[in-house]
Design a protein around this ligand. Structure first.
Ligand SMILES: [Zn+2]
Ligand SMILES: [Zn+2]
Ligand SMILES: [Zn+2]
Length: 287
């Protein structure tokens, strides 16, 4: 496929898209909320765990089973963090995030994969590896290594690395095949929503009719300089963005167009107009 797939409609997945057939995004069959009824045989009652505070952040993100609950501080990490968290790992229960939410976001962001989830990676495969398209090999990434012993409390107990490596995927295969059947939309993140709304507004104010270039307006002359007389002509230098005001006393001032009311100015010409040299040959503007 040469072109990126059309964006899938997230609101459709949530059952909230109001555009129906007219929606410009894809209403992908595998995101249809009706697919909740398509659970695999034997998994009719299964849902991806969705209770916050039951697993550590790292395990939630990586969709690993977590035994942090009931343990102590960061020096008493879950088995996953102990053996694969590396230096600096801070194992704490995720206060809000859930396996359900992580699966949801993975699902939404997999349009090129028909909104299925890729197979679980091996625990000892480095994180963040890049696929070299020329060779088809993954390279780079950070190896998943144990937490340093000094960061772990003496007498720490948990599963061994070998036990973890032998464990099954947290998710049943049918979930990776059709995640939408086993997840519900995550709660709306108010912070994120506020930001999204702000940018949406900004975008619509840019692309809407209000964004059409404003008609060229010559600002009114400074109002505080009655000794100059009556303003009879105002011309705009569009290139330099300057306005030149001419007065019936012959005075002429030049001011940046943005702030003629406040910008300091110099009077450039004071020779009085004459009949041969009228300041304003046509009816003066109504300043
Ligand atoms: Zn839609
Ligand atoms: Zn954990
Ligand atoms: Zn952990």
């Amino acid at each position: 496929m040469d072109h990126p797939p059309k964006q899938s409609c997230k609101l459709f997945a949530e059952g909230k898209c109001a555009y129906g057939q007219r929606c410009l995004r894809v209403h992908h069959h595998n995101l249809d909320p009706a697919r909740r009824g398509d659970k695999a045989k034997g998994y009719e009652d299964y849902d991806v765990p969705n209770e916050p505070g039951k697993a550590c952040s790292r395990c939630v993100q990586q969709l690993r089973p977590c035994d942090k609950e009931g343990r102590g501080g960061v020096d008493d990490p879950c088995s996953e963090c102990r053996h694969f968290g590396g230096p600096g790992c801070k194992c704490v229960l995720a206060p809000k995030n859930t396996y359900n939410n992580v699966v949801w976001h993975l699902m939404i962001n997999q349009p090129h994969f028909d909104h299925k989830l890729a197979a679980q990676r091996s625990r000892d495969e480095p994180i963040g590896r890049k696929l070299d398209k020329a060779t088809g090999q993954s390279t780079g990434g950070n190896p998943q290594i144990p937490m340093p012993d000094k960061d772990v409390k003496p007498g720490w107990r948990g599963k061994t690395k070998e036990q973890l490596l032998a464990e099954d995927d947290l998710l049943p295969a049918c979930v990776r095949e059709l995640p939408r059947a086993y997840v519900v939309p995550p709660p709306v993140d108010e912070n994120r929503k506020r930001k999204a709304d702000f940018y949406k507004q900004l975008e619509s104010s840019r692309s809407g009719p209000a964004s059409a270039p404003a008609p060229m307006m010559i600002p009114p002359p400074p109002s505080s300089i009655s000794e100059l007389g009556r303003c009879v002509r105002a011309t705009m230098d569009v290139v330099k963005n300057l306005v030149i005001y001419e007065y019936d006393t012959g005075a002429q001032i030049t001011i940046p167009a943005q702030n003629p009311q406040t910008h300091p100015f110099k009077i450039a010409r004071t020779n009085a107009p004459s009949a041969q040299n009228p300041a304003f040959p046509h009816p003066p503007p109504s300043f």
